[in-house]
Design a protein around this ligand. Structure first.
Ligand code: DWN
Ligand code: SAH
Ligand code: ZN
Length: 405
């Protein structure tokens, strides 16, 4: 029996997405040997309810100099993080000599606004390339993995923080014991830890199984976060649902007894109880809907190929590694995928080896259908690519089910 990374309790496996590559390892066309693969399986802890991967990929394989994801690549996300920074400035960062720390600051999409407001800050980012992009914007960044040792060093050299913030990063870190000891070391007694990650409730509602890949180790809920926080002397004092990345929750943790929990916490906990989110049956029926999406998507792409339609994909997301490798979708069904990220262009997608081309090739000429891997950015992409629809093109989506728009 596998055991929980948080509490060592028994894990019940409910989904097996098979042999998978590193989701962000885009290879050069002549360099596809020695690809790293692992088993992508997901389990629920019977004791603390944390949903988590069963196999752990070594962190240096994922987060390094060439990590290709640039957070500033979407205008909707730039707006989201500008708003987040303003919120932190207006709430936690109002005191004299306020200090903010961000884990996984990537290219500085959030800290840019904090830095421009003249507020003391530090990003902690292990991926050297994106950390350099952030520094280029005048942001202070340490190239390091956040863990206890890093946090102690920050507290000793820079002082303690009013807020530690992390977006789409805490769920990437298996070793949360060390992270929480670090938070305890680096936060002021009244300081808070604010983090946002994909919400298990939305993943289940939308059958968004592509949120599951190597980098996403944990799938949080109010219940599992409340229990995790308690183990480390913290308390869940606020939750807020966010529309970004297909549905997330922003959690606020304070030291136990420091802040009155907002009513939203009890409300979300009650909702999770009512919908039986932490019961194995619920997660097993999610897993069976995942099988339906796979069958429907493959059947649609095969039918379109048989009819002679041209289909390309849009957005070489980390998420799409799970889709292509789980469904067995390769170049015979999708000849290429367009993406605006220079570090992905001219390369092959992990495992499936679909070439990544620049977005200009999307229109040269338009395909009959476009499979939207970046479905979480649908509004932005469909509005930028209005002419595709106007020319008779159609989008294929597979969230919450396979459909054409
Ligand atoms: O958690 C994570 C999130 C925040 O980012 C990381 N583990 C990795 C990454 O996941 P992802 O690759 O699934 O994220 P996105 O934001 O869905 O990726 C969008 C992709 O689509 C990027 O490669 C950029 C591209 N794109 C594009 O080509 N044209 C995006 C937009 C908005 C566009 O207009
Ligand atoms: N916050 C950004 C980036 C998310 S991608 C956004 O929301 O768009 C996840 C980021 O976490 C990557 O940049 C990765 O390098 C970083 N990361 C991974 N492990 C980390 C750790 N232990 N400490 C700090 N950052 C980490
Ligand atoms: Zn557990």
């Amino acid at each position: 029996m596998n055991s929980c990374r948080i509490c060592a309790g028994p894990l019940d496996e409910f989904l097996d997405l098979g042999r998978q590559p590193l989701s962000d390892a885009f290879r050069l066309p002549n360099d596809t040997r020695d690809e790293f693969f692992f088993e992508l399986r997901v389990g629920l802890c019977r004791s603390c309810t944390m949903v988590q991967l069963i196999d752990e990929v070594p962190r240096e394989h994922m987060f390094h100099e060439d990590y290709p994801y640039h957070s500033s690549g979407s205008s909707a996300m730039r707006e989201h993080f500008t708003g987040t920074a303003r919120y932190l400035l207006d709430t936690e960062l109002r005191g004299p000599d306020a200090f903010a720390v961000e884990l996984g600051c990537n290219d500085g999409v959030m800290l840019r606004t904090i830095s421009e407001a003249g507020v003391r800050h530090l990003g902690v980012e292990p991926s050297g390339g994106v950390a350099r992009l952030a520094r280029g914007k005048g942001i202070r960044v340490r190239t390091a993995f956040f863990e206890e040792e890093t946090a102690r060093d920050i507290a000793a050299t820079e002082g303690r923080a009013d807020v530690v913030y992390a977006a789409n990063t805490l769920c990437h870190i298996p070793y949360l014991d060390s992270v929480f000891r670090g938070l305890d070391a680096v936060l002021k007694p009244t300081g808070v830890f604010v983090f946002e990650d994909p919400y298990l409730g939305d993943i289940v509602d939308r059958t968004a199984f592509d949120q599951i890949y190597d980098e996403h180790y944990y799938f949080f809920t109010a219940r599992s976060v409340r229990d995790l926080a308690r183990r480390h002397g913290f308390e869940l004092v606020d939750v807020r649902r966010l529309p970004v990345h297909g549905g997330e929750v922003r959690y606020t943790l304070a030291r136990a007894g420091q802040r009155e929990p907002s009513p939203a916490v009890a409300e979300l906990l009650a909702e999770e109880r009512t919908r039986r989110l932490h019961e194995l049956d619920t997660l097993r029926s999610f897993a069976s809907r995942v099988e339906t999406v796979r069958a429907d998507l493959v059947a649609l792409l095969e039918r379109l190929r048989a009819e002679g339609s041209r289909v390309v994909a849009y957005g070489a997301t980390a998420k799409s590694a799970t889709v292509t490798n789980f469904c067995g979708i390769g170049t015979e069904l999708i000849p290429f995928v367009c993406d605006t990220t220079p570090a992905k262009q001219g390369r092959l997608t992990p495992g499936a080896h679909i070439p990544v081309r620049e977005s200009a090739e999307f229109a040269a000429p338009y395909p009959d259908y476009a499979l939207l891997f970046a479905w979480n950015h649908a509004a932005e992409i469909m509005s930028n690519e209005r002419d595709f629809r106007a020319s008779g093109g159609k989008w294929i989506l597979y969230v919450p089910d396979v459909h054409i728009v």
